[in-house]
Write a protein of this length. Structure first.
Length: 241
């Protein structure tokens, strides 16, 4: 499903509604809501929105378990840390028990951090984790989470969490792998801005072309895939729905 919104603000409100309704459904059906969060600028706006009383007070945060889809391998308080961003935007402002938050750790190496996070997930989930919701962004190079073009993690079938080095430089990353992400009940991309219009078109219309982008292999096994785009990001689609 592709939904296009007038601007990032409209998209943010739609994402807050989706997050809240999926949280309420999972909590009423199974007793908790397991969500894997993304970094990036659009998610940050969503997290700030969810911290407002209108949304915050609709969710029983004691029943929400917070995970991350990926992380830069930096200390928790670093300005580049997704955990740090999420705490400032959302987690510091909601009544969520500390024990419900499962950040990707900082360890002696990105690979060690990936293994530690995998151990954490194995303790919580005997089988492949089924997240109720995985939030994702899209990079201009077609990456999502920290699944970068050409990286060997794209072929990973066994590990749940791996380290990955972005081609563009910057800190090494730790990322959930396709087998885990694609097991989710719901996967939602949040994409805004005209700089994403070209890659959005290639991802949506590029099936069958020689080039494939990491985001194209996001395909839930049993779940639902939703793209929330603003008009700028959808501008090159032939018939935005
Ligand atoms: C991260 C994610 C990355 C991100 C995209 C889009 O930054 O933590 O790894 O996949 O979601 O790069 O980011 P923007 O929404 O900021 O453009």
């Amino acid at each position: 499903m592709i939904n296009v919104y007038a601007d990032p603000r409209e998209l943010c409100l739609a994402a807050a509604e989706l997050f809240t309704s999926q949280a309420l459904t999972a909590i009423s059906k199974r007793g908790d809501f397991r969500v894997a969060l993304s970094g990036g600028s659009t998610p940050r706006q969503l997290y700030e929105e969810l911290a407002k009383p209108f949304w915050r007070d609709r969710i029983n945060w004691e029943k929400v378990l917070i995970f991350w889809g990926d992380e830069r391998h930096v200390p928790a308080g670093d300005a580049l840390s997704n955990q740090n961003m999420t705490r400032k935007a959302l987690l510091d402002h909601i009544p969520i028990p500390a024990g419900n938050i499962f950040p990707i750790p900082f360890a002696e190496s990105a690979d060690a951090a990936a293994r530690q996070y995998e151990t954490t997930l194995h303790k919580l989930f005997p089988d492949l984790p089924v997240f109720d919701l995985v939030l994702l962004g899209l990079g201009e190079d077609g990456h999502t989470a920290s699944l970068f073009p050409g990286n060997k993690v794209l072929k990973e079938q066994t590990r749940w969490v791996c380290s990955a080095r972005p081609l563009s430089g910057g800190p090494e990353r730790v990322t959930l792998t396709y087998p885990v992400i694609n097991q989710a009940a719901s996967i939602c991309f949040l994409v805004t801005g005209s700089n994403k219009a070209g890659i959005v078109r290639q991802i949506m219309e590029g099936n069958g072309s020689a080039v494939s982008y990491p985001a194209q292999k996001i395909s839930p096994v049993n779940g639902q895939l939703t793209w929330l785009l603003d008009q700028a990001a959808a501008a090159c689609l032939e018939s935005p729905k």
